[in-house]
Design a protein around this ligand. Structure first.
Ligand code: KIV
Length: 269
């Protein structure tokens, strides 16, 4: 049976952890589904890890939807969440609904995520849910707001009131889950206990209802990038580099292709 938003609520009610990763392509999505990941986020982090941009602000809606479609094909039985990029929902509720609909109808996603819990974001969330599309919220560090906030900053208890107010407003608006990004553990724990909807942490400590990481980072594909919250479960950089060098050497040394790799004439001798 296809995993959906209700699985997350059920897991929270049972005290079972929710496991999530980002994915941006068909092959990775296939493996994540095989690994039993509960939901896959096609994050706007794609702008950085796939396209090498400095931040997520350049993520393009058409590209995001094309990649969401690839991920949905690779993980047909997993909940896929499309991340609404910067510029795709800020201007009006109408624009937000139009683009959320594209993630579902063109991208094959089962839900969308958008950043922030201020009045404007809450209005967009309500409008999208009203059109029949489940929405995941996102509070704490908001990468799409770095120009306003002045950078990537962990949220500590001096911003407690604002954080609680935004998360509760999102819950009230009807989100099915909320991402907590880079929040002090004690604060994330208290807020997770207060909220009815499941919380998914990245850099938010051990007590959120679930965890998410950027797949390229946890696979060790992002070079020296190593924020405190990240654990690398593999060192794919090294493995890939070794394979590339070996291929190069074998071509230069005329070891590849070998006899077993070539097609011969079909003419009978
Ligand atoms: O874009 C992304 O990958 C995200 C995660 C950090 C939650 O929003």
């Amino acid at each position: 049976m296809k995993k959906n938003i209700h699985l997350l609520a059920m897991k929270k009610s049972r005290g079972e952890k929710i496991v999530s990763l980002t994915a941006y392509d068909y092959m990775t999505a296939r493996l994540e589904e095989e690994a039993g990941i509960d939901f896959i986020l096609v994050g706007d982090s794609m702008a950085m890890v796939v396209f090498g941009e400095e931040n997520t602000l350049g993520a393009d809606i058409d590209v995001m939807i094309a990649h969401t479609r690839a991920v949905s094909r690779g993980a047909a039985n997993t909940l896929v969440v499309g991340d609404m990029p910067f510029g795709s929902y800020e201007k009006s509720d109408t624009l937000a609904v139009k683009n959320a609909v594209r993630f579902i109808s063109e991208g094959g996603a089962g839900a969308v995520k958008l950043e922030g819990g201020n009045n404007r974001s809450v209005s967009r969330v309500k409008a999208i849910i009203d059109s029949g599309i489940p929405v995941m919220g996102h509070v704490g560090l908001l990468p799409q707001s770095i120009k306003k906030t002045g950078g990537y900053k962990v949220v500590y208890s001096d911003r407690r009131d604002e954080l609680f107010e935004e998360a509760l407003a999102l819950q009230q608006a009807g989100v099915f889950s909320i991402v907590f990004e880079c929040i002090e553990e004690e604060l994330a724990r208290e807020l997770t206990e207060k909220l009815e909807v499941p919380t998914i942490g990245i850099g938010a400590g051990r007590y959120t209802d679930g965890q998410i990481l950027v797949v390229n980072d946890m696979l060790g594909l992002s070079g020296e990038f190593k924020p405190k919250f990240l654990k690398k479960y593999a060192q794919m950089d090294g493995i890939i580099l070794e394979a590339l060098k070996k291929f190069s050497q074998e071509v230069i040394n005329e070891e590849f292709p070998a006899e077993s790799h070539v097609y011969h004439s079909r003419k009978k001798k």
